[in-house]
Design a protein around this ligand. Structure first.
Ligand code: ARG
Length: 280
């Protein structure tokens, strides 16, 4: 079974079950570093990255970790970006508008014990109609919130040509996802420092296959050449930030933190271009 199918299966089940399923199916992948959001990460406070939000449905994913199943990023007071696959039928079991308790959780570091921050209802979802679940091209969606987030929650997006996209530059990815590659979802927000990698690395790693095809125009390659630090399952839709601006959304990869399989992100400049957004 391809990693992509496996991810979808993991996401489509309650997390307790998901951990078991993921551990069982992890046998075919190389082990990742034990200390490996996010793999190889460190704890952060939501107040220090207020644009990092969690997508939640307790009905579908269980209430233990407040129903978290994906990440997202606030780019306006009522606008959140996430991955298209996070709002797909394979994850939600149907169209997003049928998930009546779909919420965005903002300003909460710990999803297990925290009651702080805000849980905001979703007014509208727009899933990129051009998203291709085979190549993974166009893996982004826009959520409009029913209420605005606190002032200062949104992060600026890096437009085409922004130096934040420079290859070799440092970037940070945030999320509540798997910290080991074995279905150990984090209760608390974590971040990992990675690097923007040459497109050629991801073109070589992902020339086209069951997991996806790297497309330099719409995707961004990031991680560590030697592996170790990476996003992982449950981090999808969350932010990749460089020089204080949003450059990517967690999208896909093969395994997590493996040498030769960098993380693939949605290139934010392609979202801006596709939506015809002007820089705010
Ligand atoms: N598709 C995953 C999710 O739904 C994200 C995987 C990212 N993988 C990686 N190795 N960077 O959460």
């Amino acid at each position: 079974m391809s990693m992509r199918r496996r991810l979808v299966r993991v996401l489509a089940r309650p997390l307790v079950l998901a951990a078991a399923v993921s551990a069982l199916s992890a046998g075919s992948t190389a082990p990742v570093a034990a200390d490996s959001v996010v793999i190889g990460g460190f704890p952060v406070e939501a107040s220090d990255s207020p644009w990092t939000v969690a997508l939640s449905s307790r009905d579908r994913f269980g209430g233990t970790r407040a129903g978290q199943f994906c990440g997202g990023v606030a780019v306006g007071h009522s606008t959140v970006l996430t991955a298209a696959h996070c709002l797909g039928k394979e994850v939600l079991g149907g169209p997003p508008e049928r998930v009546s308790d779909l919420r965005v959780i903002a300003g909460r570091t710990n999803l297990l014990s925290g009651r702080d921050g805000l849980e905001v209802a979703v007014r509208e979802t727009w899933v990129n109609p051009a998203y291709d679940g085979v190549s993974n091209v166009g893996d982004f969606a826009v959520i409009t919130l029913a209420q605005p987030l606190p002032a200062g929650s949104a992060i600026a997006m890096a437009a085409d040509g922004d130096p934040a996209y420079a290859v070799g530059g440092g970037a940070t990815v945030y999320g509540w996802g798997d910290t080991s590659g074995a279905g150990e979802y984090s209760n608390s927000l974590r971040a990992a420092r990675v690097r923007v990698l040459p497109d050629a690395l991801c073109e070589d790693a992902y020339p086209g296959g069951a997991d996806g095809t790297y497309d330099a125009r719409s995707m961004l390659c990031a991680g560590e050449v030697q592996g170790g630090r990476d996003a992982c399952q449950g981090d999808s839709g969350g932010p990749l930030v460089a020089q204080g601006r949003l450059i990517g959304l967690v999208s896909w990869g093969i395994g997590c933190g493996r040498a030769g399989n960098p993380g693939v992100y949605v290139r934010v400049s392609d979202i801006i271009r596709t939506l015809g957004w002007t820089r705010g």
